[in-house]
Design a protein around this ligand. Structure first.
Ligand code: G6P
Length: 498
């Protein structure tokens, strides 16, 4: 693990407008596209709330214990001033102008890399001016990290928006340990090599001492491509490049199982789940989907499949009700706007065809619900549908399984989600295959309590073994084993592949 915090460091350092002096530098720095706090407005007043998601809770404890600092973007281009610290963690904001937001965030990150890394479900767009801004913004994050990290410290860089940062940082600060974790899929060679800047991205990533992926085959994809494209040598888990050793491994992310279990047993949340079922008309079966509104999530296809089951009489409006939560996301992108439009069309067709006055067959919420409310929905749902076309992991599936402490509930899961390799007790589907989704839903509906319990127990055995803190610790422990100064033998194969 990391060395304990340097107690002499100043924990109240401001928001990074000036370069910290040597003694203010942090032993452990997280670099992610977003800061762990986001701005919201309540009755016209500005408030800073923790950003949602597992990453914030996973890293908060580690950062608190190790004199940590978090570098990221505020999430708005004409922002206010964030607090200097969050839960004792120093925050260092990176400014992104509206023009840069268009080219870096909407452009290269979410219209080039996001679709390319998700099986090119939408055609990736390649623009040289987007690439130029991606390099500039990555340099800005790398410079901020170089200014903030203590000599010999550790920097953990996250996700596809920042793939050039590892090598940029290494050139500025060869003394620090650098880890990189990709939260989304890493694509196969046929797709990755379409990228006009493939060598630059690979070189950027190889600046890290440890590169982590969600599942082993993504780690192997990367290592194979690095060997073929850049002449790196070594195995899938230890690469030699440019006189350095880089470890590559799979570190499947998970959820805060203890927190979710405690909330799932909270009488208030259980009462809310019963209330939700009552509000839905006390149907026999509640089907649920919860996704960020993204074209990779397969929401429309899933709803079309359910619609056909209503049409052929397998499902019945009196006994079966669906809830679909679609969390607003990347709304200024035309693809996301179109996705919302088409999704809402499918939802209204389904209600138009099969609903009754006062009893819709699908309840659709385009909202960012509080976590407690989501948990109540998980508890209220008999069948959870998670059917992305491609997903790095998918934490919704793990949250649902973690909630089902009484071993009830059935999960229909895409075989193309990273979570599929762990949640073998799910009803697996090819999300492109409407008939396949229908069959899996029918199997889930027909499965009796004994089968459902066996499947849920199998999934929970796996999920409850590790929590998100173990995930962070296992990555950081592997990173600490790496020694940037001393290349190891490439036949040595110590990188974890969990
Ligand atoms: C995925 C990515 C994250 C990203 C999140 C929300 O989970 O892996 O890096 O933060 O989506 O997307 P947004 O564009 O709103 O940050």
């Amino acid at each position: 693990m990391l060395e304990p915090a340097n107690q002499s460091a100043n924990p109240t350092l401001g928001a990074g407008r000036i370069s910290p002096s040597e003694s203010d530098r942090a032993n452990f720095v997280v670099v992610a596209n977003r800061l762990p706090v986001q701005q919201s407005f309540s009755e016209g007043n500005e408030e800073w709330r923790p950003s949602p998601g597992g990453l914030v809770s996973a890293l908060t404890a580690v950062l608190q214990g190790h004199d940590g600092l978090w570098i990221g973007w505020l999430g708005v281009s004409d922002h206010g001033e964030p607090p200097p610290t969050y839960e004792g963690i120093r925050l260092k904001p990176v400014a992104i102008s509206p023009e840069e937001y268009a080219d870096f965030y909407l452009g290269f990150s979410n219209a080039t890399l996001w679709p390319l890394y998700h099986d090119a479900i939408r055609a990736p767009v390649f623009h040289r001016h987007w690439w130029n801004t991606y390099q500039e913004i990555n340099r800005r994050y790398a410079t901020a990290a170089a200014e903030s990290v203590a000599p010999g410290g550790t920097v953990w860089i996250h996700d596809y928006q920042l793939q050039l940062v590892p090598n940029m940082l290494r050139l500025l600060r060869p003394d620090v340990r650098i880890g990189f974790f990709l939260h989304i899929p890493f694509p196969p060679s046929e797709l990755f090599t379409q990228l006009p800047w493939r060598r630059e991205i690979l070189t950027g990533l190889l600046g890290a001492d440890l590169i982590g992926f969600q599942v082993p085959h993504m780690a192997s994809n990367f290592s194979r491509i690095a060997r073929r494209q850049l002449g790196a040598t070594g195995t899938d888990s230890v690469l030699l490049f440019d006189g350095r050793t880089i470890r590559v491994g799979a570190f499947p992310i998970t959820v805060d199982t203890a927190q979710i279990t405690a909330l799932a047993l909270d009488p208030k949340i259980r009462a809310r789940a019963r209330e939700l079922r009552r509000d839905l008309g006390n149907p026999e079966v509640v089907l649920l989907g919860v996704d960020r509104l993204d074209y990779t999530k397969g929401i429309q296809q899933r709803i079309r499949a359910i619609n056909e089951l209503y049409a052929d009489g397998t499902l019945n409006g009196d006994t079966h009700v669906m809830v679909q939560v679609a969390v607003p996301s990347r709304e200024s992108d035309a693809h996301y706007d179109l996705e919302r439009h088409n999704l809402e069309q499918v939802v209204s067709e389904m209600n138009g065809d099969h609903g009754l006055v006062g009893s819709p067959v699908i309840h659709y919420l385009h909202q960012n619900l509080p976590f407690d409310e989501l948990l109540a929905l998980y508890l209220a749902a008999d069948v959870m549908l998670v059917t992305p076309f491609r997903d790095g992991m998918n934490l919704v599936a793990k949250e649902y399984v973690t909630c089902r402490t009484d071993l009830t509930g059935k999960l229909v899961l895409s075989e193309f989600a990273g979570a599929a390799s762990e949640l073998r007790g799910a009803f697996m589907v090819n999300p492109h295959d409407l008939d396949g989704i229908k069959e899996a839903v029918c199997l889930a509906l027909k499965a009796g309590p004994k089968e459902a319990k066996a499947r849920m127990s199998r999934m929970r055995r796996k999920t409850m073994r590790r929590n998100v803190f173990d995930w962070a610790q296992s990555f950081l422990a592997a990173l600490q084993q790496s020694n940037p100064a001393a290349p190891v033998d490439a036949t040595d194969d110590p990188a974890p592949s969990q």
